[in-house]
Design a binder for this molecule. Sequence first.
Ligand code: ZN
Length: 185
Amino acid sequence: MYLDEVLEQNRKFVEEESYIPYQTDKFPDKRIVVLSCMDTRLVELLPRALNVKNGDIKMVKNAGAILTHPFGSVMRSLMVAVYELQADEIFIIGHHDCGMKHYNGEQTISKMKEQGVKDEVFETLEYAGVDVKNWLQGFERVEDSVQNSVDMVRNHPLLPKKTPVHGLVIDPGTGRLDLVTRGYE
Ligand SMILES: [Zn+2]
């Protein structure tokens, strides 16, 4: 249980004005938006490896850095970053050894059942057209997943045509970036 610890630390943080080195505004100085994975190893490593600090970029994260729907919340975040928050380039950064690799959701579905989600719930969802397994689906090759997400953004009808969309893969151990696709013409 972490809540009280977090609140206590937070009280000290504010009281001691530890926020001062982080003060900035909502517009990214480097004018880019990054979609990456929520992996724990990337929390500090990714910004360091990209040489960015507070105030430099917009960051969107989810499980696997996967863009699954052209009108989902991730795409909306990228749109808002581009149109309203001065992001001119989009970086989609997957990583090696990602938990979403070879992940097909079946294991999580059994865990959901173990935690008390009833079979009827899955039946109802299926009846409503929700394919839970497909919804949880990860990927086989991270490079392919990054390329798919990049393609979805590049082909989006609402994205300004001039916006470069780059695809990269980061090593969660060393921070090394490999280019999958370069977004400039
Ligand atoms: Zn990951």
